[in-house]
Structure formats: C-alpha cells, structure tokens
Design a protein around this ligand. Structure first.
Ligand SMILES: [Zn+2]
Length: 466
C-alpha cells in the first residue's frame, strides 16, 4: 500500500480540528515507544525527564502530557552534550547518542556561530527511512527516477549535502553533486553540460546563477532547460517576488522545501501564490509542536497557529531530536491548500526566535522586512541588510536598512526610492525604518546562507573620543 504523504495515517475527517486531534492520537501511539527509547539513555535524556517530573515513561499518558514537557535539547545543550561525550567517551556525537557508536553510520552537521558543528547522526535504519521520506519530497515535486538532477547546496557536512545526494541516488534521480563550494562559474558550466531537469540550491545561489549566467556561459539561465528549482536553507523561495523571478528567468516551477533532519520533509506546491510547505511526514516526525516563544507553553495546533517549533522524531534511533527547540517560528495551516486544493497540514517559517526584532513593542521578523523590500523589484537588486547597533531583539528606533539598488537605477532616483520603501514598511509593518540605498553589488553574496541581520555600531559612537 502506498502512503499518501499529505495524510499518511489515512485519517478521514476533513474538519481541521478533528484532523489534528486524530493525528495527535496516531502520533502519540508512535511516541510511546520513542519515549521508552530515549528513557533508556541514562546519560542525557533520562535525567532530563526526571528533572521534568517524569518518574517512568508510563507517566506520559497522552500527547498533551508530552507537549507539556520542557524542551530537552537545543543548539546550546546539543553542543554541550557533544563536548561532554568527547571528554567522557572520546567521541563528539553526544551524551544523547541512543545507539552504540558502531551503529551510527552516517553524519551530517550544521555549523553554528562558534564554528563547532552540531551533528545529525544516522543509524542504518535512520538513513534508509530518511531516503524514503526525502523520496516522498522528490516525488511530490514531480521528479521521476531516471532524470538527472543538479545538486548545488553546500556539500561539506551539511544536511542538504551528502545526505541529499545519497537520497537522490536511492530514488534513482542521478545527482550531479558539484556542490556550492565549486562556485558559480563552474556550476553554470556543469549545468550547461549535464542538462539536469531539476536544480537544488539556496535562493542566494539561484539569484547568483540568474545574474551571472549571461557573463559566464553567454546565455541566460532560461536556456538551460531546467524544469524545476527546489530551494531550501533560506526563506527566499516563499517570497512572491523571488518565485516570480525564478519562473520568469528559468522558465521553471519553483518549490520551497525543508527536510532531512530526523525524518521530516515539507514541500510547497508550485502554485503561483505561496501557501506554505505541505508537510509530508506526519507519520515519522512531529515537526510543528508549537510553543509560545516566551512562556514555552504549548499552543493549540489549529489552522493559523504561530509559535516556536519543537522537533521530535517519532521513530528515530540514533541521537534523536526529542523535544528539540529548533528556534524556528512556524505558522501552520490545517485544511485544503488554496493553491492546489490538497487537504493536510502546511507550514511556513515566519522567523527565528533569536532574530525576532522588538521595535517599540512591535514584534517583527527580518523575513517580513525582506518581503516588503522585494516588492520593489526591479528597482532594487533584492539584497539587503538589517543593521543593528546591538544583538536583537530590542531595537532602538529607527531601524536601519541597507538596500541595494538595481544595476540600472540611476543614483538620482535613490532618495525617492528610499522614501517609498520607508513609507511602505510603515504601512505594512507599523514601524518606520531609516533606509539607505547602496550601489548594485555593494553587499557581499555568499552563495550559501545570507544573514539579513548585521550588527554594526554607529560610526559616530565608535569614533567618538569622548
Ligand atoms: Zn498546495
């Protein structure tokens, strides 16, 4: 029997609240086993469960009981767990490693601000199931086994690197695994030579390919024959202006997706307007366990709910996410998709807990600002930075925005453009920023994740001798 990834438990009701309730029951059936699995880990999970008042796995009797537990992992405690396991056991894969080390056969990682990686660890079974869940994502995007795909995400340990390459191979979609590290000119030449149907890349990389193709290969990206562009790693692919640009320049469908970590996968449909990512793995991962970002109390999972997402793998073996505070702020939709009509759960990343900005009591996420700025294409290039005097959340107004002009916009048009953007942000986001327009090319492109926030001290303060 094939699983419908939009509704893997084949729940019949089409009432959103009843649907989530039924999903919760099925989810908890799987969690009962997973709770026992992590309880068996005496170095990390069991002491934390005991500290949360759990004296045996049987104390957690419902999904609501589970959802009232505090977060058990986040980036900082993950890193700490790795340091301690290195000291105690001579390996950095964490005190929360829940399988014998020899069963941990595959690694991916994210590198944080400290430069130390935090690992995703896979057992053989974890890896096989990851390939299957990512296979759902590839199939939903319309990729068929036998097609050539092009992999331009970073390969150096990144989750979307080798793990994805292997998943594409397992699916039979022949990845050209050049990776972002190869650089834009080489990527363009290899795409031209290998004729892939599908491109995997960050929105920043996609934008660079568009801008540089004419100069590097003498033709626009629209001449490369790419049918679909799958983006992740940054919010860009959910932004209407970016989607429109990719459709026009590549002549391709554009998808926004996330997935790969602890059996989660989500993919937007290719509809003209963006309606979030369809969640494809309700049977393997609880990715949208939403809590209030301040009080950490569980939020009811109804259509339109917004909160900080905790991440729990439902049947993950090795170093599982178990109430892992991701720092993502997600909004969920439960019901039929306005774009494609498919019923299920969709989610949107609306921000990060740690880049929430508080401007005179107004909560704003950088993505919302980017979204407004991108409405000003083609007069802006789309590159921007939010320049803060100190780390977020509190921002002393006015918020400073550095926005790049399009290459062909004359400098005498910049003041009016700045004024218009300030006005539009005031209308839509209820605060008035201070916009400076920069020449085209002034902001560095990384090809990987571009940080929208820069901490820049005001020069007047920095240079003052008094
Ligand atoms: Zn849809």
């Amino acid at each position: 029997m094939t699983v419908d990834p939009h509704n893997p438990f084949a729940i019949e009701t089409r009432d959103p609240a009843e649907y989530q309730a039924a999903l919760g029951v099925r989810r908890f059936e799987k969690l009962k086993r997973q709770i026992r699995h992590v309880w068996s880990n005496e170095d990390y999970f069991r002491p934390r469960l005991i500290a949360a008042g759990v004296s045996s796995p049987d104390d957690i009797q419902t999904l609501d009981d589970f959802r009232r537990l505090p977060a058990m992992l986040d980036k900082a405690s993950h890193r700490q767990s790795q340091e301690e396991s290195l000291a105690r056991y001579g390996h950095p894969f964490g005190l929360h490693l829940t399988v014998p080390l020899e069963q941990a056969i595959h690694l991916a990682a994210t590198s944080g601000t400290t430069g130390q990686p935090t690992f995703y660890v896979f057992s053989k079974r974890d890896l096989d199931l990851s390939h299957a869940t990512l296979g759902r994502l590839f199939a939903q995007a319309g990729i068929r086994p036998g097609e050539t795909t092009f992999h331009a995400f970073g390969l150096s340990l990144w989750l979307a690197g080798v793990t994805y390459v292997q998943a594409l191979e397992a699916y039979g979609a022949r990845p050209v695994a050049l990776g972002a590290e190869a650089g834009v000119p080489k990527i363009l030449r290899y795409i031209e030579f290998t004729r892939p149907t599908t491109l995997f890349a960050t929105p920043s990389m996609v934008s660079q390919l568009i801008e540089r193709a004419p100069g590097e290969i003498g033709k626009p990206v629209g001449a490369l024959g790419i049918k679909r562009v799958l983006c992740a790693g940054e919010p860009g692919a959910g932004l209407p202006a970016f989607r429109q640009r990719v459709r026009e320049e590549f002549g391709a469908e554009v998808f926004d997706f996330m997935g790969g970590a602890w059996h989660n996968a989500a993919l937007s449909c290719a509809s003209h307007d963006y309606h979030g990512m369809h969640y494809l793995t309700d049977d393997t991962c609880f990715r949208y366990d939403l809590v209030d970002p301040v009080t950490k109390a569980p939020i009811e999972l109804t259509d339109g709910a917004v909160g900080e997402a905790l991440h729990t793998g439902l049947e993950y073996e090795a170093a599982p996410a178990f109430r892992y505070a991701t720092g993502d702020i997600l909004k969920i939709h439960v019901g039929p998709c306005p774009g494609c009509g498919v019923f299920g759960t969709r989610m949107e990343v609306v921000g990060r807990v740690d880049d929430m900005l508080a401007i005179k009591g107004v909560k704003v996420y950088p993505v919302a600002i980017q979204n407004v700025v991108l409405q000003f294409r083609p007069r802006v290039s789309g590159e921007l930075r939010i320049r803060l005097d100190a780390p977020p959340p509190k921002v002393e107004p006015p918020l400073r925005l550095a926005i790049e002009a399009a290459a062909d916009l004359p400098a005498d048009a910049w003041p009016a453009l700045a004024h218009e953007i300030e006005h539009r942000i005031r209308e839509l986001l209820t605060f008035r920023p201070e916009v400076s327009i920069l020449p085209h090319g002034a902001l560095p492109r990384s090809g990987q994740k571009t940080k929208l926030i820069e901490i820049v001290e005001k020069t007047a303060t920095a240079s003052s001798p008094h």
